[in-house]
Design a protein around this ligand. Structure first.
Ligand code: AMP
Ligand code: MG
Length: 345
């Protein structure tokens, strides 16, 4: 199958691309669309056959559920049940962060096909702020299931060319709206009543909506530890090995962890590119990518992260060596992706 890339920058281009994407979706086909986080692979959420094609194109195992995208709170109620004891905090999170990169895990409505939720009785729901994604949901008039548009376990795509290198000839079209503005997948949370004024907010996947941002709504609980491989997971996508380049990646905790071998070429993924608090001077690197040169700004590092990882994966090095990133703000999400990228499958 030929994969067509449609540029969508001007209002006319957006209108044309959106209506073409909707024609595919209404016929039960799947298309890649931009969101503010990463590019998504979209299917009509109420069409189980179309959703099965998403699993097939991504080579995603059936136990790893898809995120469902809605237009607003009204559409949220078509796919999820909001339990009365967390209705207030869910309302607050929705008003504050939607549209935006926050995914809520809630009990699912029976209308959501089991294939979407991998048989779980919960559904993960998000509301993208990307004008193209919003326009598609509006025109379809129903929720869209869309995980990241990459092969399972591989680096998330933050541009149409990255989608192309992951899924070309497996999908009929990609809408190209340039680079994603956040560059990091959504924060996934589950809210639990605590019996006190503030509920628990469990972060199942760290992302652009940070611990600091969620604190005023609830007591935030993060699990920094990787779940053991193979154990039944609360968020099945939180597999120990994920976001992995083909080139082996080592996340260094301290300089002495790096033990170069004769004749091997090493590439460096650095946060600020500064020798005084980083590992840039450790070795004559084959290639270097700096996430946020100079002063180090976390959102910039997040935006560049998957792009830089993909570049180093293609530079011909035998291994990628990554510096740790400070775990503040979206740095928590970057460190999480680095740990998973470095874990052995
Ligand atoms: P992706 O958009 O490719 O990052 O994949 C969607 C991710 O959403 C999955 O890998 C899971 O981590 C998460 N997810 C989807 N549905 C659920 C759910 N019902 N409960 C917990 N996590 C979920
Ligand atoms: Mg993904």
């Amino acid at each position: 199958m030929e994969t067509v890339i449609l540029e969508a920058s001007s209002p006319e281009q957006i209108r044309a691309a959106v209506s073409r994407a909707c024609r595919f979706l209404n016929r039960g086909q799947i298309v890649a669309l931009p969101t503010e986080t990463v590019y998504g692979l979209a299917a009509c959420a109420f069409n189980p056959v179309a959703c099965a094609s998403v699993f097939e194109a991504k080579q995603r195992p059936a136990f790893d559920p898809l995120i469902v995208h809605v237009l607003d709170k009204t559409m949220l109620n078509q796919v999820a049940e909001v339990p009365a004891d967390i209705a207030d905090p869910i309302d607050r999170l929705v008003s504050e962060f939607w549209p935006g990169p926050l995914t809520l895990v809630l009990p699912k409505k029976p209308e959501v096909p089991d294939i979407v939720t991998a048989g779980l009785d919960t559904v993960a729901v998000r509301c993208s702020k990307h004008p193209v994604f919003k326009a598609v949901i509006k025109e379809i008039g129903a929720p869209i299931a869309a995980p990241s548009a990459n092969r399972f376990g591989s680096i998330s795509p933050t541009s149409s060319s990255a989608v192309m290198s992951e899924l070309s000839e497996r999908i009929p079209m990609i809408i190209d709206s340039g680079a994603c503005s956040e560059g990091m997948e959504s924060t996934i949370v589950r809210v639990e009543a605590s019996g006190k004024t503030k509920p628990f907010i469990h972060i199942l996947r760290p992302g652009p909506v940070t611990v600091e941002m969620l604190k005023k709504t609830g007591k935030v609980i993060t699990g920094k530890q990787l779940p053991p491989v193979g154990e039944k997971l609360e968020a099945p996508g939180q597999l120990a090995s994920h976001y992995a380049p083909r080139t082996p990646l080592q996340l260094l905790e301290k300089p002495s962890d790096f033990k170069p071998q004769e004749g091997q070429r090493y590439a460096m993924l650095s946060y600020r590119g500064q020798p005084k608090d980083g590992f840039i001077d450790l070795h004559p690197w084959h290639e270097v990518e700096i996430l946020s040169p100079g002063s180090g700004k976390m959102p910039e590092a997040a935006v560049r992260f998957f792009f830089a990882l993909r570049k180093l994966d293609q530079c011909g090095a035998d291994a990628i060596i990554a510096e740790p990133v400070p775990e503040r703000g979206v740095g928590l999400a970057i460190q999480d992706r680095l740990r998973r990228a470095s874990a052995k499958p």
